[in-house]
Design a protein around this ligand. Structure first.
Ligand SMILES: NC(=O)c1ccc[n+]([C@@H]2O[C@H](COP(=O)([O-])OP(=O)(O)OC[C@H]3O[C@@H](n4cnc5c(N)ncnc54)[C@H](OP(=O)(O)O)[C@@H]3O)[C@@H](O)[C@H]2O)c1
Length: 342
């Protein structure tokens, strides 16, 4: 893309030369590139952690095979399948990436399922396990449960023996129910009341996850049981232009206030999770968590919801669909998809 905007800014560009890896880098033949809401935020120029320079190639996460390593790069090995949270550059047949950030993908895993791990599952896993150790039987609330992070949260909650309640639009209620959670249509009334009714004695949930942001954080906070935790991880209404930057900022300020004055709120507290900030602060956790998730995927313990696999040329159409909402899972781009062969 050479300007920020709607899906129309996405163009397929062919380059004549194959890029060469520089010091500490490898060239990856990209087998699968994940798509998702965060890509659309970057496309709009509304993502705080990346605003160019233009032109650039979108694509937050990739899985591929190391094709060439720069002299001196020892691991991972050439021919090894790896995953990477590249933030941009993923919608491409080749990517040049620093070797130190890559995580090996075990043999026998479908690249399209593997690419759901670096962003969606890792975010879900770290939010579920790195703040609180919920005992089996604990209850969580997932706002936007039919999305890529939402379905990952429900899948992992099932694995961890947690009870889950999820909100989404009416058409996606079955997606949530298939993942074993109680489903609420967020357009059908006050979800705070419905959530409380679903918890024993109306006490509320142990942890709530909310990426809608802004004023919505208050409603999720109102669903917490005493001692409960709200994990904010996005500002979706601001990202699509339905709320101002100021309102999103107020939402973040509320999280800080609740956390500082937790004693006034029955021990209820709040944090904001950012995958990129956490990776820079705790790179070893990032790699260890990702390796563990790949083992769960290989064992069939977790099952990412991949709804379609499409060629790179479909990126514009995919973004139009993400913008419309209601997808109910992840669309994966396969850069080497030719005439229906994947
Ligand atoms: N902080 C981090 O590190 C981090 C990491 C990954 C993602 N994120 C953020 O997480 C958010 C979700 O990402 P994603 O890839 O899962 O997006 P997605 O697949 O597009 O899912 C969005 C979800 O939000 C639901 N939704 C939309 N409006 C809603 C509303 N008013 N109330 C309740 N639910 C609503 C959608 O439901 P329907 O489709 O059924 O309408 C869908 O389930 C994005 O803002 C993204 O930027 C943050």
């Amino acid at each position: 893309m050479s300007r920020f905007g709607g899906p129309e800014v996405l163009q397929v560009v062919e380059e004549s030369a194959n890029p060469e890896p520089g010091p500490g880098e490898v060239r990856i033949k990209v087998l699968a590139a994940g798509t998702g809401f965060t890509d659309t935020m970057i496309r709009r120029g509304r993502y705080p952690d990346f605003k160019g320079p233009l032109p650039f190639t979108l694509g937050y996460e990739i899985v591929g095979v190391i094709e060439k390593a720069a002299p001196g790069v020892v691991t991972p090995l050439e021919g090894q399948m790896v995953a990477d949270l590249c933030v941009v550059g993923g919608y491409a047949q080749f990517a040049i990436r620093p070797a130190r950030l890559l995580v090996p993908v075990p043999d026998g895993i479908d690249p399209a399922e593997a690419v759901c791990i670096p962003l969606a599952y890792l975010t879900a896993f770290q939010m579920l396990t790195r703040y609180r150790e919920l005992p089996s039987g604990g209850t969580i609330l997932v706002i936007g449960a039919s999305g890529t992070v939402g379905t990952a949260l429900l899948d992992l909650a099932r694995h961890l023996g947690l009870k889950a309640i999820g909100t989404c639009s009416a058409a996606n209620l079955p997606v949530i129910e298939r993942l074993g959670a109680a489903a609420i249509d967020y357009r059908a009334g006050d979800f705070v009341h419905s959530v409380r009714q679903l918890t024993p004695g109306g006490t509320g949930v142990d942890i709530a996850f909310d990426a809608i942001g802004g004023a919505h954080f208050s409603r999720s906070f109102a669903c917490l049981a005493p001692g409960g935790l709200l994990v904010g991880y996005g500002s979706q209404t601001m990202a699509v232009g339905r709320e101002s930057l100021m309102a999103a900022g107020m939402g973040l300020a509320r999280l800080k206030l609740w956390s500082a004055l937790s004693f006034l709120y029955g021990g209820r507290s709040a944090v904001f999770y950012s995958i990129t900030a956490r990776r820079s602060k705790h790179p070893e956790d990032f790699k260890a968590d990702m390796a563990m998730l790949f083992q769960l995927l290989r064992a069939g313990t977790i099952r990412p919801v991949v709804i379609e696999r499409l060629p790179l040329s479909a990126a514009r159409e995919v973004h139009t669909r993400i913008d419309r909402g209601g997808l109910g899972g992840k669309i994966v781009l396969l850069p080497w998809y030719v005439n229906g062969l994947r």
